[in-house]
Design a protein around this ligand. Structure first.
Ligand code: PLP
Length: 393
């Protein structure tokens, strides 16, 4: 058996690994509450499903243009202008098979061996592995709970070298739920402006799940449109994870490079899902308010539940649907050696699937996805609390 050095250099996403383990245990008859996946438990909006039915009756069964149907890209450009104040032409938009592919396209387009990519941590698991897949080097900039899981700008600036090609972040952040403020984004823009040849991948897939204040697009800051690739998708806002649609807006030369990369991997994204995308882009974002208020209520419920577990501490996330408690007091170094061990212990003892924080660049934490019903969340946290109480003090 011979695997390539590229494949051996990367790991399976911790999120997918835990979801797979949960499914296996369920198949054995165990009662597992799965809080490992970043997947809204809401149904997709009816208008999206109607659009899919409609598309099946239309002429949408052949290969699609690599960068997406022209009218879908126009609808995305209109959405960027309406919601984010960003002016992209349809040629600057690329539609992909999930935001994950959009990000991979960006990394492959801009980075190669010898290049560095600065990733403020905690970060979404795939960033570091996608950088490795491209042969480049991820440079992690750590932060703490006390810093609201946001590395201070001086620490980020220090990590930038002449080899840095890209800086990648999500705001709201998966896994911490932290949201970068206008001031923090402006500070970042000032640093980026000082480094010619440095680009930013702003992952805004949780833009509609912000509880306090407004979402601000990094590319809308003065001078940043030329330096930024804005990534978004249907998975979170429209609860359409399985339809696999992501999209990006970028300077033309980067969008063209992304199209070139994608042309060799998957070609154009699924035709029916693209027709659905058009309708989602044209929908009034005000329709997403009920989902946002559900997540807000669950955030409050979960922050309270975490605070009842002795030693566990968390921030109050301003967006997304995750909590990243610091659980170091439950890691004794002997039976539970780290967050990986703790997640396996909780899966086994409590039947609750959470993701270890190490893969997100935050050892000593667990990521809890609260995209589940209130009843399930309450039961999960009761089970977790009693499993933690059983650990030798
Ligand atoms: N970016 C972030 C921050 C995410 O959390 C996710 C999914 O969990 C993605 C990108 C990928 O989304 P998609 O389902 O569109 O590939």
């Amino acid at each position: 058996m011979h695997l390539s050095p590229t494949v051996t250099s990367i790991v399976e996403p911790a999120t997918l690994l835990m979801a797979r383990r949960s499914r296996e245990l369920r198949a054995q008859g165990r009662d597992i509450i799965d809080l490992s996946l970043g997947e809204p438990d809401h149904d997709p909006p009816p208008f999206a499903l109607e659009a899919a039915h409609e598309a099946l009756r239309g002429p949408w069964h052949k290969y699609t243009p690599v960068n997406g149907y022209a009218d879908v890209r126009q609808a995305i450009a209109n959405k960027f202008e309406r919601d984010n104040g960003l002016r992209y032409s349809p040629e600057q938009i690329v539609v992909s098979t999930g935001a994950k592919q959009s990000i991979m396209n960006v990394v492959m387009s801009l980075c190669g061996p010898g290049d560095e990519v600065v990733i403020p941590a905690p970060y979404w698991v795939s960033y570091s592995e996608q950088v490795r897949l491209a042969g480049a080097t991820p440079v992690l900039v750590t932060s703490t709970l006390e810093e609201d899981w946001k590395p201070p700008i001086e620490r980020i600036a220090k990590a930038i070298t002449p080899r840095t090609r890209l800086l990648m972040f999500s705001s709201p952040c998966n896994p911490s739920g932290s949201v970068l403020s206008r001031t923090e984004l402006e500070e970042l823009a000032t640093v980026v402006a000082q480094h010619e040849g440095l680009y930013v991948m702003a992952d805004e897939i949780y833009e509609h799940i912000v509880f306090e204040g407004e979402h601000l697009s990094f590319a809308s800051l003065p001078g940043m449109a030329e330096r930024t690739i804005t990534v978004n998708g249907l998975s979170k806002a429209f609860a359409l994870t399985g339809w696999r649609i992501g999209y990006l807006g970028a300077p033309l030369w980067i969008a063209q490079a992304c199209t070139k990369v994608q042309g060799q991997f998957t070609s154009g994204a699924n035709s029916i899902a693209q027709r659905v995308t058009k309708v989602c882009m044209e929908a009034d974002p005000a329709q997403l308010a009920p989902m946002r208020s559900d997540f807000r209520r669950r955030r409050d419920l979960m922050v309270k539940a975490v605070s009842t577990i002795p030693g566990w501490r968390c921030n109050v996330p301003q967006g997304a649907f995750y909590l990243l408690p610091d659980v170091r007091t439950s890691i004794d170094g002997k039976i539970i050696k780290g967050s990986v061990d703790l997640s396996l212990y909780l899966l086994d003892t409590a039947g609750v699937s959470l993701v270890e924080g190490k893969s997100f660049g935050a050892e000593g934490t667990l990521r809890i996805s609260y995209a589940a019903s209130d009843a399930k969340l309450i039961e999960a946290m009761q089970r977790v609390a009693s499993a933690i109480a059983q650990l030798p003090g």
